[in-house]
Design a protein around this ligand. Structure first.
Ligand code: ARG
Length: 463
């Protein structure tokens, strides 16, 4: 590489040789970490205010730093800030601009601080805000689910195991299963937020600082519940990034399962639901096609988010204490995870509002699949037959119905009696889909009454 391809880093008084353009580009994070700019300024304002309160800098310096940072804030918000790769990252870019604006006072901001505790603090501030937004969006998605379930409290569909018709359930019950998954996701994000809400700032590069700082004052200002107790841990910990991405991966896994169902249900072969046109695309060659692109992409993006989780775990696995430059690699997966989750949650809540349900197809599928066979076995048990024997008897009844091409409730009483003489006329209330559903009347069961209760409970929670 030619000599004039190189330029000396502005931060370096120690180096005899400038880095090459490639090394500069390779080591810079400004291309992505400018996203942290406003949080970086919040952190700096809190730090400067503490330095002045502790008489480490003068009130005059503080005023200059504050006005400089405020005007930088305005430039960033207006989109007028010029980020420079020569200045490596968001922290150095802002600091340089501050010094340009306010002179010597700006050079004092970095007293008792390092970019190591600074970046950990910025990232936590940013992630905390993201988590708050994600929690709000999960609740909106839950609301969409509950509203759809409310409309379909009594819509009967087959419940599946092994994707084979198993027992009848209500569509409302099926949907509320996803409400439950999302409720666990929501509390996982809340937990992660609590655990990460400790302030790294004050740890400086790794060992702490000799200045008489007041870390609790900074924590309070930045709304951290506490301060990190060990400076080495504070600057090198990225557990919060991993936990967040794990909570995101599991959320995506749940939505991927939901997507898979929507894709299957909306295929012409099944025809349980139709997804509104605005979430689908057509084919350039097959005019009849309506493709469920949105659920397919949600399923696809689950791989992407889970990939980020693996990436972050691998990023951390061999790092000695304390800060290492490796940590700079935490940002892109984290930012991409946040963007993906926010988009997916928003689009999903909207998509569920555009679902049309084909109740007739759902019911027919439940009838076709002998979904009440277990109810017949339970009936026989109630008449004194051991469950194993009842199971055997019902298998034979199902075979007979298959041969006759009818469903179980269409078999005549004398036909049924051939399989077991304990069967009498009261059997028919058990063989219908409604009868089967009504009998599952305990908490967690699919009876109309229980589904209504769980929907009401969810509505209460979402208020
Ligand atoms: N850009 C860096 C990062 O993202 C900031 C911290 C740099 N610290 C250092 N000692 N090089 O992690």
């Amino acid at each position: 590489m030619a000599k004039n391809d190189t330029k000396k880093g502005n931060w370096s008084g120690r180096f005899n040789e400038p880095v090459t353009e490639l090394v500069k580009r390779f080591t810079a994070s400004i291309g992505f970490d400018h996203k942290l700019a406003l949080y970086d300024i919040d952190g700096s304002l809190a730090h400067a205010e503490m330095l002045a309160a502790q008489k480490i800098i003068t009130q005059k310096d503080l005023k200059a730093i504050q006005s400089g940072l405020k005007s930088i804030q305005k430039e960033i918000l207006a989109g007028n800030f010029k980020w420079s790769t020569d200045l490596e990252d968001v922290h150095s870019n802002i600091e340089k601009r501050l010094i340009d604006k306010v002179g010597d006072a700006g050079k004092k901001l970095h007293t008792g601080r390092s970019r190591n505790d600074q970046v950990a603090t910025d990232l936590k501030l940013w992630l905390r805000a993201v988590i708050d937004e994600i929690i709000q969006k999960i609740r909106l998605l839950q609301l969409s689910i509950v509203q759809l379930a409310d409309k379909h409290q009594k819509t009967i569909m087959p419940g599946f195991t092994h994707l084979q018709v198993a027992q009848p359930v209500t569509f409302g019950h099926h949907l509320m299963a996803y409400y439950e998954m999302l409720q666990r996701d929501l509390t996982r994000f809340e937990d992660a937020r609590k655990r990460m809400n400790h302030l790294p700032l004050g740890s400086a590069a790794l060992a702490g600082t000799g200045y008489p700082i007041d870390r609790y004052r900074v924590a309070k200002k930045l709304k951290f519940a506490d301060v990190c107790e060990n400076s080495l841990d504070a600057v090198s910990d990225r557990d919060f990034a991993i936990e967040f991405t794990f909570a995101g991966s599991l959320l995506m896994t749940h939505l991927s399962r939901f997507s898979e169902e929507l894709i299957i249900w909306s295929s012409a072969m099944i025809g349980f639901v139709e997804i509104a046109d605005r979430f689908c695309t057509g084919s350039s060659i097959m005019p009849q096609k309506k493709n469920p692109d949105v659920p397919e992409l949600v399923r696809g993006k689950t791989g992407r988010v889970t990939g980020h989780l693996m990436g972050l775990l691998m990023l951390m696995k061999a790092q000695p204490l304390a800060y290492n430059k490796d940590n700079q690699e935490d940002k892109e997966p984290l930012f991409d995870t946040a963007n993906t989750l926010l988009d997916v949650l928003t689009i999903y809540a909207d998509m569920l509002k555009g679902i049309t349900v084909n109740e007739k197809n759902m019911k027919e599928a439940a009838l076709k699949g002998y979904a009440t066979a277990t109810d017949l076995a339970d009936y026989l048990v109630s008449k004194g037959i051991a469950f194993k024997d009842a199971h055997e008897i019902v298998a034979k009844v199902v075979n007979a119905a298959i041969k006759k091409k009818c469903n179980l409730s269409e078999l005549k009483l004398d036909e049924l009696k051939k399989f077991s003489k304990v069967i009498s006329n009261d059997i028919y209330s058990h063989l219908t889909l409604e009868g089967s559903i009504k009998s599952k009347n305990h908490i967690g069961g699919t009876s109309f009454e229980q589904v209504k209760k769980s929907i009401n409970k969810a509505k209460q929670r979402l208020k």
